[in-house]
Design a protein around this ligand. Structure first.
Ligand SMILES: Nc1ncnc2c1ncn2[C@@H]1O[C@H](COP(=O)(O)OP(=O)(O)OP(=O)(O)O)[C@@H](O)[C@H]1O
Ligand SMILES: [Mg+2]
Length: 259
């Protein structure tokens, strides 16, 4: 029996987005929808603009002096580049996890408590404790750290640090989580834990993940976008992209012919 197609539920929409660094065009006219209930993977060879495009989704490119973004990006229908968008608030709503785990040089507890505190999400110390525990549980780290919350976040293993960074993103109650190669510095066991976590977080947060690992994209995502030389070559259901790509360039990339 053919499956009934799911009704799309778009959390973010990007239309005709281009990004240049000085005179160099890094992303050229990309349009894409990010579904609330799915994991979207961005794949493509090094330098094709995956990170650049990912960073447009929470205006992280604002921090790069030479970067210029044009086009239209909406979060729940709201233009995120509008002058009255509060960028600090936006980055809480659209959180980010980087390639290299980057915990603050503070305690495990403080790493998670910092965001909720500055965003005023906890009225009391007990509230804050609850948010910290809930976030660490959701990030699959609580059992490993509950007896050492005052230890430094940087004293954890790489995989634990990455889950701490995920807990830190979760703590401010985001709507979207962007992950830029979150497993590339991790061993296979730590990688498997993050992938499991992505499965558990799906549905609660819209998730976008950049990965060079084709198997990972196939395992964790429902939608895949293939980028090449700054353009979006093909975007669709992950199963279609990997088994029946329309574009020759997609086929070449996923079969390892270049990259
Ligand atoms: N801060 C920057 N200043 C100038 N150029 C940049 C900057 N960041 C990226 N670029 C350029 O933009 C293009 C796209 O880079 P980007 O980092 O987005 O690619 P990527 O697909 O994420 O690559 P990788 O897979 O290696 O991470 C590259 O040509 C890169 O050199
Ligand atoms: Mg990158």
């Amino acid at each position: 029996m053919p499956q009934t197609p799911k009704t799309p539920n778009f959390k973010m929409t990007a239309r005709n987005v281009s990004v240049s660094y000085g005179t160099k065009l890094a992303i050229n006219d990309v349009s894409i929808d990010v579904d609330q209930d799915e994991v979207t993977a961005f794949i493509g060879p090094s330098g094709c603009g995956k990170s650049t495009f990912l960073r447009t989704l929470n205006r992280m490119n604002d921090t790069v002096a030479s970067a210029r973004v044009t086009g239209d990006i909406k979060l729940d229908g709201q233009d995120i580049y509008s002058p009255d968008m509060d960028v600090v608030q936006l980055r809480a709503r659209v959180g980010m996890v980087f390639q290299k785990p980057n915990p603050f040089p503070k305690s495990i507890y403080e790493n998670v408590a910092y965001g909720p505190r500055i965003h005023g999400l906890a009225g009391t110390k007990a509230d804050l404790d609850r948010i910290v525990e809930k976030s660490l549980r959701r990030a699959g780290l609580w059992d490993e750290v509950k007896d050492r919350l005052t230890d430094s976040g940087t004293a954890l293993s790489g995989g634990q640090q990455q889950r701490l960074c995920i807990a830190r993103a979760i703590a401010v109650d985001p709507e979207v989580i962007l992950m830029d190669e979150p497993c590339s510095a991790l061993d296979p066991i730590a990688t498997a834990k993050i992938e499991e976590l992505i499965h558990e977080l799906r549905g609660r947060y819209a998730i976008v993940i950049v990965t060079h690992n084709m198997q990972q994209a196939a395992r964790v995502s429902q939608k895949t976008a293939f980028f090449h030389l700054g353009t979006l070559v093909e975007y669709g259901n992950t199963s279609d992209i990997f088994t029946n790509p329309h574009e020759e360039r997609t086929k070449d990339y996923i079969t390892g012919r270049y990259g």
